[in-house]
Design a protein around this ligand. Structure first.
Ligand SMILES: [Zn+2]
Length: 719
């Protein structure tokens, strides 16, 4: 693993953007009459009477969600219609603020539903999810494309400078207008129809892509009846492979494919032919010329997205998509990626040379190929760092990490304190609830954590909200963190890896962004920020996990209380820079491919994906034979169906921000309340209430810089 787990991060963001969509824009519509079965008996009917309006999970049944969500949509439609059809001339208050106030019931029900359907799914919730997904999308479209509503917003937008609005209100007007325009509200009726057709085709192709890819990944599992082919795997791994084969009613063993190019099993498999076969399965999974081949689908997707952008008045899809992002233009993102390429590829080449030397020393007699990388890199890692997970785990007991690490850092930086509450109902017995108090002792938020793996929980880790923060609605936030840590046997401590510890700090960073929100409007509050900003506070918070004053405060043996020995500590620190040339190059290659696909002009012909990909990597100096992109175009789920189109760069962009920000702390005295409070006041509490580039640069006192990122990844010359 590299410095941080991108998959985990990725899933968290995707969760935000797809499922948080209703709360984010807070409008949408189609007349719904499905209020049958909804009344005062439903726990969502009225605002919760619990502290912080926490959802009454003790009263909520699975069957309560659907009627509440349906009634919530109907209620919001009525509210939006009343705004759009008002005989009063449009004002900030009767239009923009009224929109912010709309949809309370929907948000209440949908936030709780998103939480349980992802963290504690069952068949009934699954059915509700399938039933509501298209309805929620249509609901949102109906609001975004309501011409009377848009006319009022536009009228306010055009005279915004003369309305005497405070900066946050002005930002909200601009934000609302931008979201409507982005969705096509400014188009003529004829063009709106064209856009609608393109959107429908896009959505169909995205589904087609996903369906094909799932089937392709399934078909791409490596199957064998020869146990010798699996040499190098542990007995546990071999047993799982046997189980996987049984599940698919196959003889022998089965190693399923994961969505990245490299496969985790390649780290252990000593049989080179097996490695090559698995890599081939991965690389060509969606390019076999069969029903699961995605190439024609992605070629058309890229073309129609360019056509969509042209219709909306932009030279390419990325230019349209980035208008509301921190980077703002594709060029800014491309310049950023390109600036990292020389350092990353130079280091990757050196890592490759080290591996080749090892192969030669072992008389391998072959040239390093992509399917060899992980296997030999693991040997280099063992020789250089020899970090044994079993050795470190006793120093990372979950409760201790939480109280003396995660909470401690938040106390030292922002003055927060935490008290566990046992009187707030939860949706599953493993969930814990803490009340969060501000530095002056004032109750500030509720924070839930649901840390242990369950079969009915999505993979990875994420943060989301149950109640959004806003002064307008007089609401303090209720947020939660979910993870998938191993659950210990009853009475045993939960011992974590350092990756798990980092995940805790990461997700808590999102939670802080939500809990410290001090804004007027829900649409601009807390984590309601663009893709290329939202991971900044979370990744920033990861840095404190290894900050000496914090690390030494929590990293103590759970039995003896002894601090972690210095040599073990040094190994953890050093192992962070392992294989970073490879890790960063494969991500840069994927990010650059994404940008190449999404900066095609509408006039471009249908591309041949293989030719296009080869050319793109060559032209951007990212065609390293042994370092393929993290995702090949034909299985790049993030950009074709998961909302990261023209957005994959955001992972590295936010890393630049968080490393740069942490460096600022180091340069200004480190972990102090003064530094923490300044960061909180100027960034963390402000959500999306100011142009984010400006907000960041005002806080930093300059432009964000890639140097700290290269330093922390160990990619500076001489490291
Ligand atoms: Zn995250």
């Amino acid at each position: 693993m590299g410095k941080r787990s991108f998959e985990t991060v990725g899933e968290a963001v995707i969760t935000f953007f797809l499922l948080g969509a209703v709360a984010m824009t807070n409008w949408a519509a189609k007349a719904q009459t499905a209020t049958a079965g909804f009344g005062p008996g439903n726990p969502f009917y009225a605002e919760s009477a619990l502290p912080f309006h926490a959802p009454p999970f003790d009263k909520i049944k699975d069957s309560d969600y659907q009627p509440a969500i349906d009634a919530g949509m109907a209620e919001q439609i009525a509210e939006v219609e009343a705004i759009a059809n008002s005989p009063e001339p449009p004002t900030f208050e009767n239009t923009i603020v009224a929109l912010e106030r709309s949809g309370q019931l929907l948000e209440r029900a949908n936030d709780a539903f998103n939480c349980v359907s992802q963290a504690n799914l069952d068949d009934e919730l699954q059915k509700v999810m399938e039933y509501e997904a298209p309805r929620l999308a249509a609901h949102q479209d109906a609001i975004n494309l309501n011409p009377k509503l848009f006319a009022r917003i536009k009228a306010i937008y055009q005279k915004r400078a003369s309305l005497g609005l405070d900066p946050e209100s002005l930002r909200l007007v601009e934000y609302d207008y931008q979201q409507f325009v982005k969705a096509g509200a400014n188009l003529s009726e004829a063009d709106k129809q064209k856009l609608k057709k393109l959107n429908e085709e896009e959505s169909t192709l995205e589904t087609t892509f996903m369906t094909k890819l799932q089937a392709a990944a399934k078909a791409g599992a490596y199957a064998t009846t020869d146990k010798a082919a699996l040499a190098g795997l542990s007995e546990g791994q071999i047993a799982s492979a046997a189980d996987a084969a049984k599940e698919h009613k196959q003889e022998g063993w089965l190693l399923p494919l994961q969505n990245t190019t490299q496969q985790p099993d390649l780290t252990f498999l000593s049989n080179r032919a097996t490695r090559e076969a698995i890599f081939e399965n991965s690389w060509n999974r969606a390019e076999r010329g069969d029903a699961n081949d995605t190439r024609s689908t992605i070629a058309r997707l890229a073309q129609l997205r360019a056509q969509k952008a042209a219709l909306l008045g932009y030279p390419n899809f990325a230019a349209w998509d980035l208008t509301d992002q921190m980077a703002k233009t594709p060029q800014a993102a491309i310049d950023f990626i390109d600036a990292l390429v020389p350092a990353a590829t130079a280091r990757a080449k050196r890592e490759g040379d080290d591996i080749q030397a090892l192969i030669d020393a072992q008389h391998g007699g072959f040239t390093l190929q992509p399917w060899d990388w992980e296997f030999y890199a693991e040997q280099v890692r063992k020789a250089k760092y020899d970090l044994d997970v079993a050795q470190v785990k006793p120093y990372f007991e979950l409760n201790n990490v939480l109280e003396n690490g995660v909470f401690y850092a938040a106390h030292e930086l922002y003055g927060l304190t935490f008290k566990e509450r046992h009187d707030i109902p939860v949706y599953q017995q493993d969930v814990r609830v803490f009340e969060v108090f501000d530095a002056d002792g004032k109750p500030m938020a509720l924070w839930y954590c649901d840390y242990f793996k369950r079969d009915n929980k999505n993979g990875g880790a994420w943060m989301d909200q149950l109640v959004s923060a806003s002064k307008l609605m007089n609401q303090r936030p209720v947020v939660f963190n979910v993870a998938n840590f191993e659950k210990p046997a009853p009475g045993q401590p939960a011992l974590l890896s350092f990756d798990d510890v980092t995940t805790m700090f990461h997700e808590f960073g999102h939670a802080l962004h939500g809990m410290l929100a001090d804004t007027e409007y829900p649409s601009l509050s807390g984590t309601q920020t663009p893709r290329d900003f939202v991971e900044f506070p979370s990744q920033f918070n990861e840095h404190w996990a290894s900050y000496p004053a914090v690390f030494d405060h929590y990293a103590k043996n759970y039995k003896t209380g002894e601090p972690m020995p210095a040599d073990l500590k040094a190994k953890i620190e050093k192992s962070k820079t392992f294989n970073q040339g490879y890790d960063m190059t494969e991500i840069l290659a994927a990010a650059r491919l994404d940008m190449c696909w999404h900066t095609l002009p509408a006039t471009a012909p249908l591309e041949n994906p293989d030719v296009f990909e080869t050319d793109a990597l060559q032209q951007t100096h990212l065609a390293l034979h042994a370092v393929p992109p993290r995702y090949r175009s034909s299985y790049f789920l993030h950009i074709w169906a998961n909302g990261y189109d023209a957005g994959y760069y955001a992972y590295l962009w936010t890393e630049m921000l968080d490393d740069d920000a942490f460096q600022w702390f180091l340069d200004h005295g480190g972990m102090t309340r003064a530094n923490g409070d300044r960061f909180r006041r100027m960034v963390l509490s402000r959500g999306n209430t100011e142009d984010l580039e400006k907000m960041y640069e005002t806080w930093l006192g300059g432009k964000p810089n890639i140097e700290p990122m290269l330093k922390f990844r160990g990619l500076k010359d001489g490291d």
